[in-house]
Write a protein that binds this ligand. Structure first.
Ligand SMILES: NC(=O)c1ccc[n+]([C@@H]2O[C@H](COP(=O)([O-])OP(=O)(O)OC[C@H]3O[C@@H](n4cnc5c(N)ncnc54)[C@H](OP(=O)(O)O)[C@@H]3O)[C@@H](O)[C@H]2O)c1
Length: 328
């Protein structure tokens, strides 16, 4: 691992290509890079659906192109002439051709090979918990993706976030939506520990890595200011949404049985057996990363807490909305 050198080019002359830039974390990375004046190419499967990114930059600063990590030629074309490539592509659950192997493993290899061919630096986004030996297929695929990225670009910076929260997340919003509808809420992994990170902080941190402030070849692990159990997170969400609900912790065996059916459910009810495996595993920043300064704090970022951010968007799940609190 070596200290990254600050790039010779100015941001306005530096082309950053972001695969998966239209997603939840993607828009925050795009926003942070746009503010710094980078030229941004967003490589997505449906550029026509990436219009929400345009207002984040100046006219002409953000350009969307078509690319699918399952088609390496499209990836090579999208990465051409890039100075820096960021890979944010992933799927949380498999569906059709969108398998973990195709997207997270082979797809990461295709992005890394394309970065190498372009002579670009690579920031590869993985997840805390990535482990080739994990019982969770998602985490095994994330480990395979990291290995593929490093095989092609040994100096790649790997970023592993914990659970992310923010206005467009599928975590606090999903639970708040369920709490609105159900009087009793089953909780899988009630005692599993997580370190939720604000998506805006992680977007900013990735922009700093693009600036060249990180260590080449290092693995950064990003978590928020608090380690909480999933039960504590859900209790906080109930408090912010002013819902009086009963939490019902489910044993993993029962949750896995339920997931056999719920994997076919739509929307917020969907739960796959692999997600149950994921919820067994603590998701916190390891001490080694803290000691080495490979964290948000190590990059000089003071991470925001759930308590500071989530009330600003979860109000819409309150009975009284934003105008009048039931406690008032
Ligand atoms: N959210 C979290 O809590 C969390 C926690 C830890 C790590 N991470 C990691 O952070 C990264 C971003 O996650 P996210 O939450 O922003 O996920 P997301 O909102 O689902 O975004 C994923 C992106 O990948 C794109 N994508 C999916 N399949 C593709 C394919 N075959 N070819 C090209 N693009 C494809 C999606 O575009 P389409 O619109 O085309 O589907 C989307 O832009 C991922 O690597 C994830 O594993 C997330």
């Amino acid at each position: 691992m070596t200290e990254a050198h600050l790039p010779a080019k100015r941001p306005s002359e530096t082309l950053v290509t972001i695969f998966g830039g239209s997603g939840f974390l993607g828009r925050h990375v795009v926003r942070a890079l746009a503010k710094r004046d980078y030229r941004i190419r967003v490589a997505v499967r449906r550029p026509d659906l990436a219009g929400h990114l345009q207002p984040l930059g100046k006219v002409g600063q953000i350009h969307a192109v078509q690319a699918n990590v399952r088609y390496p030629e499209s990836i090579a074309a999208a990465a051409r002439d890039s100075d820096i490539v960021i890979n944010l592509v992933a799927v949380l659950t498999e569906s059709g051709a969108q398998t973990f192997d195709a997207v997270q493993d082979k797809g990461s290899a295709a992005v890394a090979e394309a970065a190498k061919a372009a002579g670009a630096r690579l920031v590869h986004v993985s997840a805390i918990g990535a482990d080739a030996q994990s019982a969770c297929a998602y985490f095994r695929a994330k480990a395979a993706g990291e290995a593929a990225a490093r095989a092609a670009v040994p100096d790649a910076i790997v970023v592993r976030p914990s659970l992310l929260f923010g206005q467009e997340d599928d975590f606090t919003n999903r639970f708040a939506a369920l709490a609105r509808a159900l009087p009793v809420l089953p909780v899988v992994g009630a005692d599993t520990r997580v370190q939720p990170a604000f998506v805006g902080d992680v977007g900013l941190a990735i922009a700093q890595l693009v600036d060249g402030r990180g260590t080449s070849g290092a693995t950064y692990e990003f978590g928020g200011p608090e380690v909480l159990t999933i039960r504590q997170v859900f209790e906080m969400i109930l408090k912010f949404t002013e819902r009086d609900r009963t939490l019902l912790p489910l044993p993993f065996g029962l949750a896995k049985l339920k997931a056999l059916f719920l994997q076919f459910a739509p929307g917020a009810l969907k739960l796959t057996p692999d997600q149950v495996e994921m919820l067994r595993i603590d998701n916190v920043v390891p001490d080694a990363a803290k000691t080495a300064g490979l964290t948000l704090e190590g990059l000089g970022i003071v991470p925001e807490s759930l308590e500071a951010i989530t009330p600003s968007y979860l109000w819409r799940f309150r009975k009284t909305g934003q105008f009048r609190s039931s406690a008032a």
